[in-house]
Design a protein around this ligand. Structure first.
Ligand SMILES: C[S@@+](CC[C@H](N)C(=O)[O-])C[C@H]1O[C@@H](n2cnc3c(N)ncnc32)[C@H](O)[C@@H]1O
Length: 261
């Protein structure tokens, strides 16, 4: 995907953020002039254009906008904080305060934010192969600020890496994280999932590779957790020993415990 970057029509307010973003992403800068974003895309034969605003970058493509927002994580954590409602992902991972979590499929970062909230003394690294998603989410997280300090603190602690997860796992020492997590794009999309819709066109849709799960088992000190559709056979194919939450739910979590390997 060819992605270009440009400024807002009102110009740049924070030069250091904009320069860091350009260096980090490698997206070429094009002058905005008086052109519309659609015209810029056409002129530069690009697929998408990113505009850096104070609140974080926004990627425009095919008349759609993609930007970081923590709404799903916010709702899940607010339900936990208000009523003690258990979060199915956090329960499947059995998160402890000092756990180190590697999220191999960052996406919009909702699960990573939940993981960071429950591991205040640990570490959360989120790996994302799509450069568009990784950069927009990484820099959107850096600029996110809400009135909820518990949410800001969780988001601030996430380290985002733009990499294919198998390659990234191969470069890690054995036992470098407590939990390694995968939430690949479903083979059959849940079309109602509003949270995932904006990233669908930008995402890596490849099925989870057994070789990546094998590497994850080497890297995870405690367990590997995989989210999938409860109805499919993916979790069996990937060798999960225990499946949580499948029967009456659309989503299930497959778990591979280290002690059982
Ligand atoms: C279903 S989304 C994850 C949603 C995420 N758990 C959340 O809470 O927002 C899957 C994400 O994984 C990314 N992905 C798929 N295959 C990948 C791979 N091999 N390496 C890294 N990221 C990958 C996709 O681009 C997509 O953004």
């Amino acid at each position: 995907m060819h992605i270009i970057a440009t400024t807002a029509q009102s110009g740049i307010k924070d030069f250091s953020y904009f320069n860091e973003f350009l260096q980090d992403s490698g997206f070429p800068l094009v002058a905005r002039g008086k052109q519309s974003l659609d015209d810029l895309i056409r002129t530069h034969h690009a697929d998408a254009v990113v505009v850096c605003y104070c609140q974080g970058p926004v990627l425009y493509h095919d008349k759609e906008k993609f930007f970081f927002h923590p709404s799903m994580a916010k709702n899940r954590l607010a339900a936990y904080r208000k009523n003690g409602t258990a979060d199915p992902f956090a329960s499947a991972c059995r998160l402890k305060a000092d756990d180190e979590v590697l999220d191999c499929t960052l996406g919009l970062g909702a699960d990573a934010i939940v993981a960071a909230y429950f591991t205040p003394a640990g570490r959360v690294v989120g790996v994302e192969s799509s450069p568009a998603i990784a950069q927009v989410v990484k820099w959107g997280m850096k600029h996110y600020d809400s009135s909820m300090s518990w949410l800001n603190e969780a988001i601030e602690r996430i380290e985002v890496v733009n990499s294919e997860h198998y390659e990234y796992l191969q470069g890690l020492d054995s036992g470098s994280f407590d939990i390694v997590y995968f939430d690949p794009m479903f083979r059959r999309p849940l079309l109602k999932s509003q949270a995932i819709s904006p990233l669908r066109a930008l995402a890596d849709h490849r099925p989870l590779d057994k070789a990546a799960v094998k590497e994850a088992c080497r890297v995870a000190r405690k367990r590997v957790v995989i989210k999938e559709l409860a109805a499919g056979t993916e979790l069996q194919r990937l060798g999960c020993e225990a499946v949580i939450g499948g029967k009456h739910r659309k989503i299930a979590f497959g778990v591979i415990e280290h002690r059982l390997r």
